[in-house]
Design a binder for this molecule. Structure first.
Ligand code: NAD
Ligand code: TYD
Length: 337
């Protein structure tokens, strides 16, 4: 039985991935290795309690001994989601980003070599490519040009993965995806932050002129892409995933306001993010061609379902919006709202 070590499986994308994999493949076992930082939450996988093919280990990817012990449980493959993932937090303090995203990846790569895993998947981001002007797309050939401490740490990790593949023949693939949305996303990122604020008539902070463009993809489409890269990706290759759904932030903000039946007076234009990337857009033709993958969830349907999820899961949101979250929120937005 393939036994996949999924790191960061208690976070947003990781938890959706673990649930997806266990539900769609009865022959696979999952070991979820997660440090349960502010972003990790076992409630995201409460429905898997007692599942016979699921094991949870509370562990930090920067802890070499603990990672090695986890791999000794018959792990055959590694899919590495664990990361510090929020750009604004990386601007406040880049230390945890370098530790987890760079050192943590190096430790996992060493373990992957030692235990001779069949496949190692590095879950990366389109942000490593930097920022686009009004036209063009990121392809897998686009040079890395990360602009934020977050994307720099993810690019550093990607380079290590490529070096281990080249030097040691580690069977590794890298995936780079655009902005995800969907259930269980921590409400510091744009869509869940704005939805949960608007549901409570709290103003929403639009950075700068709001004309920055992001490409939105439903988290399950990303999960299907990571799964395809794990099963069929060629070692040494990079695969981009995107939703073919570009939208300026202000247009998205107004759409959310309309869908929730709230007034536009809840918009607050606040100081721009430092070094804010202007536009991301992904060319995912390679994944379509080589992996037979394509995004399936339309933005209209996915967004409606996501809003409904946050409406019916107010108790989940309430546990997230704890003291730690509020102190981050206060530091980030303070009196601006
Ligand atoms: P998240 O912040 O929701 O979850 C991260 C998870 O990693 C949490 O469960 C956390 O506890 C865990 N973690 C953090 N540090 C750890 C450590 N040192 N050891 C073990 N576990 C640790 O992040 P997400 O949005 O689910 O992103 C998952 C991955 O996908 C990241 O690698 C991210 O860079 C990448 N990605 C995210 C997006 C997006 O839109 N969210 C897009 C492309 C790529
Ligand atoms: P975010 O969800 O943080 O993802 P990323 O920075 O990784 O793309 O932000 C998405 C976009 O929304 C980005 O252009 C920054 C912007 N944004 C705001 O305007 N206000 C906010 O409060 C947040 C969190 C993001």
């Amino acid at each position: 039985m393939p036994t996949v070590l999924v790191t960061g499986g208690a976070g947003f994308i990781g938890s959706n991935f673990v649930r997806h994999l266990l539900a769609t493949d009865p022959t696979v076992a999952v070991v979820n290795f997660d440090a349960l930082t502010y972003a990790g939450n076992l409630a995201n996988l409460a429905d898997l309690a007692g599942h016979p093919r699921y094991t949870f280990i509370k562990g930090d990817v920067t802890d070499r001994d603990h990672v090695r012990a986890a791999l000794q449980r018959g792990v055959t493959d590694i899919i590495h989601f664990a990361a510090e993932s929020h750009v604004d937090r990386s601007i406040q303090d880049s230390g945890p980003f370098v530790r987890t995203n760079v050192i943590g990846t190096q430790i996992l790569l060493d373990a992957a070599r030692e235990f001779k895993v069949n496949k190692y998947v590095q879950v990366s981001t389109d942000e490593v490519y930097g920022s686009l002007g009004a036209t063009g797309f990121f392809t897998e050939e686009t040079p890395l040009h990360p602009n934020s401490p977050y994307s720099a740490s993810k690019a550093g990790a990607d380079l290590l993965v490529q070096a281990y593949q080249h030097t040691f023949g580690l069977p590794a693939v890298i995936t780079r995806c655009s902005n995800n949305y969907g259930p269980y996303q921590f409400p510091e990122k744009l869509i869940p932050l704005f939805v949960t604020n608007l549901l409570n008539d709290i103003p929403v902070p639009v950075y700068g002129d709001g004309q920055q463009v992001r490409d939105w993809i439903h988290v399950l489409d990303h999960c299907r892409g990571v799964e395809a890269a794990w099963r069929n990706g060629r070692p040494g290759e990079v695969y981009n995933f995107g939703g073919r759904c570009e939208m300026p932030n202000l247009e998205l903000t107004k759409l959310l306001i309309r869908l929730l039946g709230k007034p536009e007076s809840l918009i607050r234009y606040v100081e721009d993010r430092l070094g804010h990337d202007r536009r991301y857009a992904i060319d995912c033709a390679k994944a379509e061609r080589e992996l037979g993958w394509a995004p399936q969830v339309s933005f209209d349907a996915g967004l409606a379902e996501t809003i409904a999820w946050y409406q019916t899961n107010a108790a989940w949101v309430a546990t997230i919006k704890n003291k730690d979250y509020m102190s981050y929120y206060e530091k980030q937005y303070g009196s601006k709202l």
